[in-house]
Design a protein around this ligand. Structure first.
Ligand SMILES: [Zn+2]
Length: 355
């Protein structure tokens, strides 16, 4: 799976710690988009009291073609007010030529501190970067005037953005467009990040909670790196990038997913494709999680299934069938059976007893 490259550039100033933090968070909690910073003197020196969208895009079109490499999606971050053709004091804007999204966008940090108050600015940046990424892929601005309490509602008053992040919802119309254009991993990335920032925004102390999460991610990545170094010291002369990626991925994503919310979202997405669901279940079962982690994970799945059963939710049967499908395979041959923990056996027995 190749990652979609999304580049961020500071306009009117040099660098910004909050942007670095936001990118670190995004890059380590999903695998579909790769966020990085690009800089250019002309971007940094373009300082204005008020920015006009068309003028900023003109600057993009002047500078980007001169840069080496491939820059399909670029988001500029400014500090002052942003005005468009129709609306003024915007959060952001995407360039469109003849109703075509060009892959260039701008967002501003203007007034964000006073709107977000105790919620870290990084949450806003994460939200904006993700939202633009999704819209780049969908080739659609997505924003609608109807109020559905959807993250893509047009915000009439700027304060509404906090409510939408807290709710973390996508309306049916947007979901239809998004799920037609995004692949499963990209959809998962979207849900994962929206869920995460909504969770932080709803917490009692979002600032310290965000920092804790960030440190947690950083520690895990460090551990993964030292695991890679350890492999190198153990005599293997060469470790390919895929292997490093796999180890990093394991630390940065798998371990955070023994969480009811994440698991529920995963099951939900894969219900559309039961074969993918079987793959996901197998991947966790065969992972090198400890038995305690696997037991815990199986227990959460059982809880979710029990809940769906009570609500007579059709997803209940789909997931049960997927589990039964893989159960047969898991007990054939000792090798696979080695990966099965007591909790997983309990889960399989529970599922079997339901039919
Ligand atoms: Zn919507």
């Amino acid at each position: 799976m190749s990652k979609v490259p999304i580049e961020i550039t500071c306009i009117g100033y040099k660098n910004e710690k909050t942007i670095e933090n936001a990118l670190y968070f995004l890059n380590n909690l999903q695998d579909s988009f790769n966020y990085s910073i690009i800089s250019h003197e002309k971007f940094e020196n373009y300082s204005k009291k008020t920015y006009i969208t068309s003028e900023v895009f003109q600057l993009f079109n002047e500078i980007l073609p001169k840069l080496k490499g491939f820059h399909p999606y670029v988001i500029g971050v400014i500090m002052n007010q942003l005005n468009g053709k129709e609306f003024t004091n915007l959060f952001g804007s995407m360039e469109e030529i003849n109703n075509q999204i060009t892959g260039k966008a701008i967002t501003t940090l203007y007034e964000i501190k006073s709107i977000f108050k105790k919620i870290p600015i990084e949450i806003y940046l994460i939200f904006e970067f993700l939202s633009f990424s999704i819209r780049f892929i969908c080739q659609s601005p997505l924003i609608h005037d109807e109020i559905y309490n959807c993250i893509f509602d047009r915000k009439i008053s700027k304060e509404e953005i906090v409510r939408d992040i807290k709710l973390g919802k996508i309306c049916d119309t947007c979901f239809k467009i998004v799920s037609n254009k995004l692949d499963n991993d990209q959809l998962y990335a979207l849900r994962q990040i929206i869920n995460e920032i909504s969770f932080i925004t709803n917490s009692k102390e979002p600032e310290s909670f965000f920092l804790k999460q960030l440190n947690f991610i950083k520690n895990k990545t460090e551990k993964a790196r030292s695991k890679v170094n350890q492999h190198e010291n153990e005599g293997s002369k060469y470790i390919d990038l895929d292997q490093i990626h796999l180890i990093l991925q394991e630390f940065s994503t798998l371990n955070t997913k023994i969480d009811r919310n994440y698991i529920s979202i995963q099951l939900d997405i894969f219900c559309q494709k039961p074969s993918e669901l079987s793959k996901y279940l197998k991947r966790i079962i065969k992972s090198n999680w400890t038995n305690a982690d696997k037991d815990n994970w199986a227990k959460v799945i059982m809880d979710i299934l029990e809940n769906w059963k009570v609500l007579d939710d059709p997803r209940w049967q789909k997931v049960c069938k997927a589990i039964i499908d893989i159960a047969g395979e898991l007990f054939i041959g000792d090798k696979v059976a080695d990966f099965v923990s007591e909790g997983i056996i309990r889960l399989i027995n529970y599922v079997k007893s339901q039919f």
